[in-house]
Design a protein around this ligand. Sequence first.
Ligand code: G3H
Ligand code: 13P
Ligand code: ZN
Length: 275
Amino acid sequence: MLVTSKQIILDAQRGKYAIGAFNTSDMEITKAIIWAAEKMKSPVIIQTSEKAIAYAGLEEITAIVKVEAKKSKVPVALHLDHGSKLEVISECIKAGYTSVMFDGSRLPLAENIIFTRQAVEMSHRAGIPCEAELGAVRKVGEEESFTDPSEVAEFVKKTGVDFLATAIGTAHGVIVGHTDKPKIDLLKKIRRKTSVPLVLHGASDVSDEDIKSVVANGICKINIDTDIRHTFAETIREMAKKNLDDPRDIMAQVMKDIQKLIEGKIETFGSKDKA
Ligand code: G3H
Ligand code: 13P
Ligand code: ZN
């Protein structure tokens, strides 16, 4: 069933586990995510970036996720990941997204607060929750800009945001052979400043041990994209060696491998059997 992310994340906060938020841009990844969630009996968030929307088309990707979610036995939320403009937030709300993120993390604090507040008001008018980011989760290779705990209480109070994305040392993307180390001390300081559920971005190359530790310290939503892309690409490379000529045979294996990857993530996040 299609749900907003509010209740499933609040349940996760109470139960001390995290909901996986997995990025999609097509039918195959969407189906694989939902199959994994159903097998694990877990609620799940399916999210699209602006780039994914540009790739698939807003109407198309919304229709795919909604159809699959409505047929599903587990709660599924459709979330906008890293919305950079209020117009995009508005379009996604109109299209039927059940959750959005406004990302003003590269703006000065005062502007981040002003725009986030507007995004929150738009979302709440539509009855859906809004995530926002304080500090900036870098891309691999970019400068680190950690969340400053002294700004957290003011940001949450002035924006009314439902979930807060934290920059605690993980990066978007992965470097082969490298593991991101979230700063648990920083997370604890952030946690002490607010009771809103916290979000971890850039979680693809974080060890299971560190994932368990961030979840124990207040992370309730965990974003995964790069691991899915790597599994997709690796399976395509393997299947190419078999000289198959029916794309459906190739994509069936891609979906199987992504499903398996996501089942493992759900196990680590602790949301198995929580649907
Ligand atoms: O956090 C960013 C996500 O991984 C989306 O990446 O903009 O390349 O779709 P993308
Ligand atoms: P990764 O690509 O590092 O998994 O990060 C995903 C993410 O944070 C999406 O918002
Ligand atoms: Zn992110």
